[in-house]
Design a protein around this ligand. Structure first.
Ligand code: HSE
Length: 292
């Protein structure tokens, strides 16, 4: 009998998108690939990543929440930088779940995948974008998490500024108090609504108006002060605006495709020696298990 083998591809993601703390995210065109094979014993090839090669690896933990990995060989390849706010942990969780789902023909629905991935990650935004691709709006308050998805609009481009330093998501989440001033909540509700309207109607002026945040970025500023300078200066460089990607420190700079080259060049000059700047298209594609 030939050993069963599956390849899973999962995109990186940028969460929050300014006003949508824990509620909005977009998939972006960097990928984690995980290959699993029934090899007779457990092994994990991290593909050069600095991650655990044991059963505590996040891909394996997610896999084992569905099926034991005693006989499974895992091979990882990733373009997603770790602990920079680009959804590397969400991609790992979704990859592990999809790998077990497809290897053992469990036929999980996307809703079941989202519920399981959210339970492991602790919030739904990055995992929803990793599963569905495109832009997602999530709700985690009910009995099951929910995500609505839509395609990236024409003419919008992303550029990411990826600093060398890492930010711990746990520390970043501890910086947000359980209660917030009403003014801040109202400002974010308005901005999030404008942002979704702008994205759905490809009205990039509305998108620019919808990128403001008064909930997480100001309260985490001490964790990524230089990133916040980029967020605040992005419009002067010709961008529509900028948002901290997830828990940071990566900055997602939003631009029209016409301006993307000039904005990327200006950012590269400004961030030289501190951060990597790369154009990163929004991705309509979510997790995928291609035929081998
Ligand atoms: N919404 C999350 C946060 C994303 O900002 O903490 C990080 O994983």
């Amino acid at each position: 009998m030939t050993a069963r083998r599956r390849l899973v591809r999962v995109p990186a993601s940028s969460a929050n998108l300014g006003p949508g703390y824990d509620a909005m995210a977009a998939a972006v065109s960097l990928q984690l690939e995980v290959e699993v094979e029934e090899a007779g014993e457990f092994s994990l090839d991290p593909g050069g990543l600095e991650v655990s090669t044991g059963r505590d690896n996040l891909v394996v933990r997610a896999f084992e929440s569905l099926h034991p990995a005693d006989r499974i060989a895992f091979r990882l390849r990733s373009e997603i930088p770790l602990a920079r706010g680009l959804g590397s942990s969400a991609a790992a969780i979704v990859a592990g779940l999809c790998a077990a789902d497809h290897l053992f023909e469990l036929a999980l629905s996307k809703e079941e995948l989202l519920a399981r991935a959210t339970a492991i990650e602790g919030h739904p935004d990055n995992v929803a974008a990793a599963i569905h691709g495109g832009f997602v709006v999530c709700a985690a308050g009910g009995p099951e998490p929910f995500a609505a998805r839509f395609d990236p609009p024409e003419g919008l481009e992303g550029i990411v500024v990826i600093p060398a330093e890492e930010v711990s998501t746990r520390r970043a989440r501890e910086a947000i108090p359980a209660e917030l001033p009403l003014d801040d909540a109202v400002a974010n509700v308005s901005a999030a609504a404008l942002l979704v309207l702008g994205l759905r109607s490809a009205d990039l002026d509305l998108v620019a108006r919808g990128l403001g945040d008064r909930i997480h970025q100001p309260r985490r500023r001490h964790l990524y002060p230089r990133s916040m300078e980029i967020v605040e200066g992005a419009r002067e460089l010709g961008a529509l605006g900028a948002t901290i990607s997830g828990a940071g420190p990566t900055v997602l700079v939003w631009t029209t495709w016409q301006d993307a080259g000039a904005v990327a060049a200006a950012l590269s000059e400004r961030c030289s020696g501190w951060a990597e700047v790369r154009r990163l298209p929004f991705s309509p594609l979510g997790a995928d298990v291609p035929e081998l």
